[in-house]
Design a protein around this ligand. Sequence first.
Ligand code: GLN
Length: 550
Amino acid sequence: MAKYIFVTGGVTSSLGKGIISASLAKLLQARGLKVTIQKFDPYINIDPGTLNPYEHGECYVTEDGAETDLDLGHYERFLNIFTSQSNNVTTGRIYQTVINKEREGAYLGKTVQVIPHITDEIKRQMLLLGKEGFDIVITELGGTVGDIESLPFIEAVRQLQWELPDEDCLIIHLTLVPYLKAAKELKTKPTQHSVKLLSQEGVNPDIIVCRTERPLSPELRRKIALFCNVKTDAVIEAADASTIYEVPLAMMREKLDQICLKKLNITQYNEPELGKWKEFLDKLKYPKGKVNIGLIGKYIELQDAYKSILEAFIHAGAINECSVNVVNIHSEFISRENVAEKLGTLDGLLVAPGFGLRGIEGKIIAVKHARENGLPFFGICLGMQMSVIEYARNVLNLANAHSTEMEENTPYPVIALMDDQKDITTKGGTMRLGSYPCDLKEGSLARKIYGRERITERHRHRWEFNNAYLDLFESHGMIASGRNPETGLVEIVELSNHPFFIGVQYHPELKSTVENPHPLFVAFINAARHFSDEKSIKPRPIAQNEPVQA
Ligand code: GLN
């Protein structure tokens, strides 16, 4: 039987519940336990797939094609495991299930209510992963205690606390202990209030994790323990860390894992095996070189929008023993006139995924610059589509070539909607989503990087390379080095007369973890390092492609 740990948050949002949960999971996993994490989000959207990145940051896609909260990315990166649809549940999903059951007549004439029907469904979903052979299931509750929409979730936890055996359930509350400059003091009152609010809702935390900018003194820990009804050693300090990857070690120093093991009465465990993790941290903290990578997107001011890409850079940088300085460049402000100046100091260029027309022309201009200047180029999803459009326009001389997403009546639809997408009218969960196989062409750069013929990668898009143009592209230097074995869809394009020019229709960033940095990111950073080394020796020749006669 699995044991359950619930993580709630108080005082304010953005305290890092996801990182604390993932760090605890990492420590328990490092002790030989089988651990998974799930996130329950109190919003009414069925999933975050339809949410604007400005609202909710990146939408993380799992192997089974679920569009989920970005915290699931942290879970996968920390634990090196796959999550699935069952790891992210929203209020919308709960209500949808209950309402569907009501329509089927499953409630036999009863009045369907928040308690017990909604809370029962929440409890059922909370316990689901526990049936899949895990020792511990950690459940992170989104939102902040006291929010109206969190109430049914807190109520479900309250009920589970009594329904589960005492030693199978543990509650952690994450709060903020702010430092008041004027008073030169850390203040515990917000924590006291937040725990009080939680206990008014019937839930008494076993452990209080305190986010703080300054160390908690023993006296302060005693005070929090006294007012919040926990033992002093259950008051955990979570000081700001220089990288999120430090947090598991900080939590280990605070003995968070040991306190959990004790309360859950788990006696069979090993000393934590964190060798690989520490090796990674060492490389991350003491890099030998540095590369400047331009990240071109339209949500540049919002770092959460490209979370997995930024983390994949950190993994790939560590393995290359160099720090990756990401230069955020807004695609809307790139023009022919300023491209050389904006991109001139870069060692590599990544054109980000995205949707819609805004910033498109800037991305195309940036791709052209990278192609013509031998600057390592990595295009992801929309970024790959832009590299195809750029090649069509500037090398194949197909004037105004475009994607039908942006220009329905383009004379050259080099990126087009797949037939099975044409009749789709609803937005949620209807893209090409999740893991698909891809075969890599013998002798290609992609094949060399992956070191095997068949790979699988995760997708999230509607438009595709239009195979009607494939021969034309391949006969003029842009080859399809990765294709779906069943449908023939082009998944990777690359240029052979360029040091590193790769565009992928899928999202490799979603599969990069601390223990398994993604090979494409590793190779891209390596190419950027070479570019940087060569740049310091001699100016680069310009590798122009011969334009085709129209
Ligand atoms: N908008 C493009 C499509 O739907 C690319 C999507 C993406 O970058 N994730 O095909």
